[in-house]
Design a protein around this ligand. Structure first.
Ligand code: SF4
Length: 318
C-alpha cells in the first residue's frame, strides 16, 4: 500500500452490542485486513497483509467528521471502541484520533488490541489516552503462540508479555485482558498454569475468557464448552470471568435503520439476529425481512453454531 491512504466510505459502525463493552460504537482505523497476527480463530477471516509497520492508513479528520455527525444525530453508546478490521495500533495516528474524540464527546474510549506492539513506547503512550485497553493473551509458550497467532516476523510472545507488563506499570486506566481459548490447543493443564503465572505478572483489572462463539478464520477451530470455561475461570481466579451475553435490546430509538446498516454491521463481523436487533434497535421481524432479502440476493450467508445462527457477508461481496 506504500503511503497511499485507503479509500473508505464509512469508518464507524453500530452501535453494536459487545459482550464486554455494552453498547459499543466501533471505529475502524486499519483497512481489512492488516494485522501483526493471523489468528486461527479470527472472526474477520484470514489476514491478507501481516505487518508490524505503523502507518497513516486513513484520514483521521474524516473519521472524526463521521463521528461528529453521528453524535449530532443523537448517538448513544457506552463506549467508542477503536478496533475493526485489523490491529488498530498499526495506525500511527491512534493518539491523534483519541485526542479528537475527547474534543467531541465524553463517551468513554476503549481500544481492542492484540497487544503485540505495546513493547513500543509510542504505542504505549497513545494507548494510555484511552479509558480501557483490551489486549489479548492466549498462549504462555512460544510454540502455542506461533500455532494460534501465526505472527509476522519480529513479533514474539516475549515481546508481547514484556510490553503488557511495561504498559501496566505506566498506565492507570483499565486493562481488560482477553484470553481466547481454543479447545485442544491452549487448554492443557500446563499451558493454563503458565498462563495464570503470566496474568499475575501483568496484573490486568479484569480477565475475560472467550472462545469461538462466532465462525472463525479456520473451520477446524473448536469452541470450549461453557462449563469448562467456568472451571478455567475458577482456576485462574481473582478477577477472571467468562464473557456473558450481549445486553438486552435498547428500545425503539433508532428503529428505522435501513438495510444498508445491516450490511454495514455484518461487514465487520458475523452476527446473530439478536445482535443486529440490539445494535440497530430494529425489531426482529424487520431484521429477518432484511436478512431474507440479502440471502435471496446472495449477499449474506448463515452458519449455525450451537443454538445460534450467525449471519455473515459472503467473502466475495465487494
Ligand atoms: S483476532 Fe485480532 S489479532 Fe488476531 S488476526 Fe484477527 S484482528 Fe488480528
Amino acid at each position: 500500500m506504500g503511503n497511499v491512504r485507503a479509500k473508505q466510505t464509512s469508518y464507524t459502525y453500530g452501535p453494536v452490542p459487545s459482550r464486554r463493552l455494552g453498547l459499543s460504537l466501533g471505529v475502524d482505523i486499519v483497512p481489512a485486513k492488516i494485522c501483526t497476527l493471523d489468528c486461527v480463530y479470527c472472526q474477520i477471516g484470514r489476514t491478507t497483509r501481516r505487518s508490524s509497520v505503523r502507518q497513516d492508513f486513513i484520514d483521521i479528520d474524516a473519521v472524526l467528521a463521521e463521528l461528529a455527525a453521528k453524535l449530532k444525530a443523537g448517538l448513544k453508546a457506552d463506549y467508542i471502541t477503536i478496533g475493526g478490521s485489523g490491529e488498530p495500533t498499526l495506525n500511527s495516528r491512534l493518539g491523534d484520533l483519541i485526542d479528537g474524540i475527547r474534543r467531541l464527546t465524553d463517551i468513554r474510549v476503549a481500544i481492542l488490541t492484540n497487544g503485540t506492539l505495546l513493547y513500543r513506547a509510542d504505542v504505549r503512550t497513545e494507548c494510555a489516552k484511552a479509558d480501557v485497553v483490551c489486549p489479548t493473551l492466549d498462549a504462555a509458550e512460544a510454540a502455542v503462540f506461533e500455532a494460534v497467532h501465526r505472527p509476522t516476523r519480529g513479533i514474539t510472545i516475549e515481546k508481547l508479555v514484556s510490553g503488557l507488563e511495561q504498559f501496566r506499570q505506566e498506565y492507570s486506566g483499565q486493562i481488560w485482558l482477553e484470553v481466547f481459548l481454543v479447545a485442544g490447543v491452549n487448554t492443557g493443564a500446563r499451558q493454563l498454569e503458565k498462563l495464570k503465572g503470566l496474568i499475575q505478572r501483568i496484573r490486568p483489572d479484569k480477565v475475560h475468557l472467550n472462545t469461538a462463539v462466532r465462525p472463525p478464520a479456520e473451520p477446524d477451530v473448536r469452541a470450549v464448552p461453557v462449563a469448562m470455561l467456568e472451571a478455567i475461570a475458577r482456576q485462574i481466579g481473582g478477577n477472571c470471568e467468562v464473557i456473558g451475553a450481549p445486553p438486552a435490546a435498547v428500545g425503539d430509538e433508532h428503529r428505522q435503520h435501513a438495510q444498508v446498516d445491516v450490511v454495514s454491521v455484518l461487514k465487520r463481523r458475523p452476527c446473530s439476529v439478536e445482535d443486529i436487533c440490539t445494535g440497530l434497535a430494529m425489531d426482529r421481524t424487520e431484521v429477518m425481512k432484511h436478512l431474507a432479502h440479502l440471502q435471496d440476493l446472495g449477499v449474506v450467508t448463515s452458519e449455525r453454531r450451537g443454538d445460534i445462527t450467525y449471519f455473515q457477508i459472503r467473502a466475495d461481496t465487494p
